[in-house]
Structures are given as structure tokens and as C-alpha cells.
Design a binder for this molecule. Structure first.
Ligand SMILES: [Zn+2]
Ligand SMILES: [Zn+2]
Length: 299
């Protein structure tokens, strides 16, 4: 009996090829213990080891405003990641940068935008991800000793989260108290700041540094999870890590007039290194949009 075995039957391999970052060191540039939030996902998804680089990142700007930030949060995250590589000579770098905005038209509403940047200097790969959320304690209060600040302490999650205390109208060179977390220190620094202020008011601000702000740390962790699972996906053409969403295609047709609406009909996924992309439709190709999304029927 002659058995013919075709040579092009793939031989099943019991061991999947290792991810290119498996066992590699990723330099995380931070002064504020972001390692806690970012290391587990990189280890779980890539088997990569995150090592903190204690670089001086204040040059890029601080939340307290003593060093103004001149670049966008996105550009700053990238610059920080590269700084860690300059200092260590390693090839894989990681950093995050946050920005916070209150809306003058919506009192109490604040937006936290956090960017994470990953750089692979050996290939030139750069992957950026971002989360925008209103889940933040960001805020401030002007006060003086003896006033009831309980509602602010509650909304700013004081105790588990820190505050920054400083004079509202500083007279000359004054002290800024950071990382204030207990009531006794808060009372004392409020008194001092109020005495140093021309209008007698102390300014209490939420401390947004990641190690002083568990709410921000949670967002950084979620962002790290998103980045790690993106890095795990490799391009089908060149095997570069970081395959993922690069843009969306809008234009599901209106059910009444058939003109394109702003609703997303497909996602374009792509590679960070080569030009390979794939379109994934997010809706049934035969579906229509309600006229409420149509500029023509509902301008
Ligand atoms: Zn229409
Ligand atoms: Zn590719």
C-alpha cells in the first residue's frame, strides 16, 4: 500500500513562535510609580519586563504649573518615552502623559485625557493610545481658615487622594505644599498659604500626579491594558507588533434619502510600520441609518 502524503499539508507546531518583545526590557519613564499600573499587562500579554527609569520629566511641564507644558500631551508622552531610551541605551520605551480640563459652561464637569506612548527604536515603531474620560476628581477651591470645605474634600476624594495647597495671590516667593493627604497637614498648610496670599485666600487643588491620585492611576492601568493587547497583535504582512485601529470610515446611508450620514460603517486596522491595512465593517452592509443622523433630512 502506497500512502501519498502531500507535502503542502502544514505541520502543526505545538509551540507558537514567541512574540518579538517576549523577555525584552521596556523602559518606563516616570517619577510617579506608574510601574504598578503598567507592568502587569506588559508581562501578561507580551512577557516583557517593565523597568522604571527615574528621569527628570519636570522639564516637560508639571501639573502645578511651575513649569508650563509647551507641547501637547501626545507629544510629551512620546518625548518622555524617548528620554528613557536616551538615558539607558535600551530600545523599547514607554511613558504616559495626562491633561485635565474643566468646562466653563458645565460646572463640575471635567475631562481627563491620558496618552500612552510606546517606542521601539530598533524598528522605528511608535504606537500611541489615548483615553478620554470624565471619571476624574480634578478641581480646585479657594478658601480661608475656618470655612467649611467638607463638600470639596468629598468631591476631591481627600484622604485616598492628595491635594496641593498654595496662596491664591502669592506675595513674592512662596511655598507650594504638594501631596497633602491628612487633615492636620491640610489645616496647617491652608493657614500658611492664606497668610502668604495678598487676598488672604488659600487655593486647594487636586494633586494629579499618578502616585497621589488612584483615580488617574486606574485610567493609566486601563490604557496600559489597551496598549499591551494592541502590541500583542502583529501585522500579517511584516509581523510588526501593534496592529490595530488607525481610522474609521463613516457614511452609513440615510434610510430616507440614501445620502451618507456620520455613522461609522467600517474600521480600518493597520500596521505601525508597513502600509498594510484591513477594513472591518462594523455594520451590516445593507443597513441604513435613521434620518436623525442625516444632515440632509435633519440639519
Ligand atoms: Zn436623509
Ligand atoms: Zn506591517
Amino acid at each position: 500500500v502506497i500512502q501519498i502524503i502531500s507535502s503542502n499539508i502544514p505541520v502543526p507546531s505545538s509551540v507558537a513562535p514567541a512574540h518579538p518583545y517576549s523577555g525584552k526590557v521596556i523602559a518606563l519613564t516616570t517619577k510617579h510609580s506608574k510601574h504598578r499600573a503598567l507592568s502587569p499587562a506588559m508581562r501578561k500579554e507580551l512577557k516583557a519586563i517593565v523597568v522604571t527609569v527615574q528621569a527628570e520629566t519636570d522639564q516637560f511641564g508639571t501639573f502645578v504649573g511651575d513649569v508650563p507644558r509647551t507641547e501637547t500631551a501626545r507629544a510629551t508622552a512620546l518625548a518622555k518615552a524617548r528620554l528613557g531610551l536616551e538615558q539607558t541605551g535600551w530600545k523599547l520605551g514607554l511613558a504616559t502623559e495626562g491633561s485635565f480640563q474643566s468646562n466653563p459652561f458645565l460646572p463640575g464637569y471635567c475631562l481627563h485625557v491620558e496618552w500612552i506612548a510606546f517606542v521601539d527604536e530598533s524598528s522605528g515603531l511608535e504606537i500611541l493610545e489615548c483615553i478620554k474620560t470624565d471619571k476624574t476628581n480634578f478641581g480646585h477651591l479657594l478658601t480661608k481658615p475656618g470655612q467649611d470645605i467638607q463638600p470639596f474634600l468629598q468631591s476631591s476624594k481627600f484622604g485616598s487622594h492628595s491635594l496641593i495647597v498654595r496662596p491664591n495671590q502669592p506675595s513674592g516667593r512662596v511655598e507650594v505644599f504638594r501631596g497633602v493627604r491628612d487633615l492636620e497637614t491640610l489645616m496647617q498648610t491652608t493657614r500658611e498659604a492664606s497668610e502668604q496670599s495678598l487676598d488672604g485666600l488659600a487655593r486647594l487643588e487636586t494633586d494629579m500626579r499618578a502616585d497621589q491620585n488612584p483615580t488617574r492611576m486606574e485610567i493609566i492601568e486601563a490604557l496600559g491594558n489597551r496598549l499591551a493587547s494592541r502590541l500583542r497583535k502583529q501585522c500579517a504582512k511584516c509581523w510588526a507588533p501593534g496592529w490595530g485601529l488607525i481610522k474609521v470610515k463613516r457614511g452609513i446611508p440615510c434610510v430616507d434619502c440614501h445620502s451618507p450620514t456620520t455613522l461609522i460603517k467600517a474600521e480600518i486596522h493597520g500596521c505601525g510600520l508597513c502600509d498594510h491595512t484591513e477594513e472591518q465593517s462594523t455594520s451590516d452592509p445593507l443597513s441604513f441609518a435613521s434620518p436623525q443622523y442625516c444632515d440632509r433630512c435633519n440639519p
